[in-house]
Design a protein around this ligand. Structure first.
Ligand code: ADP
Ligand code: GLC
Length: 488
């Protein structure tokens, strides 16, 4: 079976969040079912060396204002189809935002182009005349991810010949790709689809709604988020649309790349460890303390918490700011790595000043440091207001870094709360809290601190967390089964 993934990021090549981790991991795990996956994505500047190494498999003189070609290249177990269109992608800054932190004004063209070329490859395949081993390939099925790929099902509907079935995975419904209606003609879309059952959304064009309307099946990244998406509180205005597609919607939980996230082989860590040697994990704490200017405490009687996150309203870290005085008063410490909204960044910078040695803040994006934190902290805080799946709590499980999470979306599905029953049955792997308020987060932090004082209970929880299956095995099988159901 041949499957085309359409996405805007893919780890380890380009990453701004969990979407990249998923796109970088699933194709490798689908290979065990004989699925040949290719990932089509823009050739951003960070991919220049891959681009130079690849082979051109398709080209066009004018793709929305400039020449474009598609370059096939294999790297790290993934076959990429890089859409090389310098007028759209060769620029500094973030892949979505300019240097002022604003959306690139031509994002409709940048991701519309990705969708158009993906739909072309899906409909007609890569041409034979430019022969090379990666040419002459046509997918049996297309798998779109998030709004950046949203127009693919719409473009496929406009093709006269039979086209492959198309699946949409919603990683985050908060991002919908909304643009002025005048882009309809620019993007060569059909006006007949600019209707409430199509891609029209309050007079605008919604890329995500296009995919919801025209794809064959919809998945999202956890069963709880699949239910939440149909509720006004989480559906972000698309809940009605999601309800109308309820029978085609399912939740398939994310896994993690256990080759990349593995405390036994992680090169970022001073000391490797596994469940039987988990006491060695404490040695990595010094690495975190040094990087975050935290007081070094030999025998802590309260945990070192960490946060690795985008700093946005979604992630609920403003609630953590409110609870910090209590966290510090309990003798606990916090190391935070993140970037995003300037006011949240400023609040944590101020907290590090106020609670010197107890709270450490590093603003920025640092992949290696995120491994060091997972390897050295005792617990990880994820107080999200909503969380489709969340990956940092899964990395936490794998590293025995006990997750303290809001009871929502994938966080609710992946962490077993250490309530009395779960402790009695020896199945707790972390702490959940609800409602998602500062007071409730504070209670969860307190429970974690109390439990930390009982090393036997805490270590048993660490061991269970580390042994919990967070691999892609089950979910890759679920994707395979879904694909197979559409192809029979
Ligand atoms: P989201 O995709 O909503 O940001 P996830 O938990 O699914 O949330 O994925 C976030 C990914 O980005 C994880 O791999 C996490 O380790 C990583 N990450 C987030 N912020 C940072 C940061 N500042 N530095 C390094 N990695 C980060
Ligand atoms: C999104 C979600 C996050 C999820 C990730 C990967 O960014 O916010 O919860 O884990 O996608 O699916």
């Amino acid at each position: 079976m041949k499957v085309l993934y359409v996405a805007s990021e893919c780890a380890p090549f380009v990453k701004t969040g969990g979407l990249a981790d998923v796109i970088g991991a699933v194709p490798k795990n689908l290979a065990q079912f004989g699925i040949d996956t290719r990932v089509i994505m823009p050739a951003y500047p960070a991919l220049a060396s891959l681009l130079a190494r690849g082979k051109i498999v398709w080209q066009q003189d004018d793709l929305f204002g400039g020449p474009a070609n598609l370059v096939a290249v294999k790297s790290k177990g993934i076959t990429l189809l890089l859409l090389n269109a310098p007028h759209l992608y060769d620029r500094p800054g973030n892949i979505y935002l300019n240097e002022q932190g604003k959306d690139w004004p031509d994002n409709h063209l940048r991701f519309g182009a990705l969708c158009q070329v993906a739909a072309y490859v899906a409909s007609y395949g890569l041409p034979r005349e430019l022969k090379n081993p990666l040419n002459d390939w046509q997918p049996d099925l297309v798998h779109c991810h998030d709004w950046q790929s949203g127009l693919v099902p719409a473009y496929l509907k406009m093709v006269d010949t039979k086209t492959p079935p198309c699946i949409l995975t919603i990683h985050n419904i908060a991002f919908q790709g909304l643009f002025d209606a005048k882009v309809i003609e620019t993007l060569g879309l059909s006006r007949s689809m600019f209707v409430p059952d199509g891609f029209e959304y309050w007079g605008k064009v919604s890329f995500l709604k296009a995919a919801i309307a025209y794809c064959d099946k919809i998945t999202t990244v956890s069963p709880t988020y699949a239910r939440e998406l149909m509720q006004p509180e989480f559906g972000m205005g698309l809940e009605g649309m999601m309800q109308s597609r309820a029978s085609d919607l399912s939740g398939i939980l994310n896994g993690i790349d256990t080759d990349v996230w593995d405390p036994i082989h992680d090169r970022a860590l001073n000391t490797s460890y596994y469940p039987r040697t988990l006491k060695r994990k404490a040695k990595n704490r010094a690495q975190v303390e040094a990087r975050f200017n935290l007081d070094s405490i030999k025998n802590p009687d309260a945990p070192l918490f960490c946060v690795i996150s985008r700093l946005t309203t979604q992630k609920g870290l403003d609630l953590l700011v409110e609870t910090l005085p209590n966290l510090v008063a309990r003798g606990a410490r916090l190391a935070l790595l993140g970037s995003g909204d300037k006011d949240i960044e400023a609040a944590f910078i101020a907290a590090a000043r106020q609670f010197k040695g107890k709270v450490g803040t590093i603003i920025g994006y640092d992949e290696e440091l995120s491994h060091i934190l997972q390897g050295g902290a005792d617990a990880i805080l994820v107080p999200s207001r909503f969380e489709p799946c969340g990956l940092t709590q899964l990395y936490g499980l794998r590293y025995g870094t006990i997750p303290v999470v809001a009871r929502t979306g994938g966080l609710a599905d992946t962490i077993i709360d250490a309530n009395q029953a779960a402790l009695a049955d020896n199945c707790a792997t972390g702490f959940q809290f609800a409602p998602i308020t500062a007071i409730s987060l504070d209670h969860a932090i307190d429970r974690a601190c109390q439990t930390f004082k009982q090393p036997d209970v805490w270590e048993a929880m660490m061991r269970r967390a580390m042994n919990h299956d967070v691999s892609w095995d089950k979910s890759a099988k679920a994707y395979h089964d879904l694909y197979a159901s559409l192809l029979t």
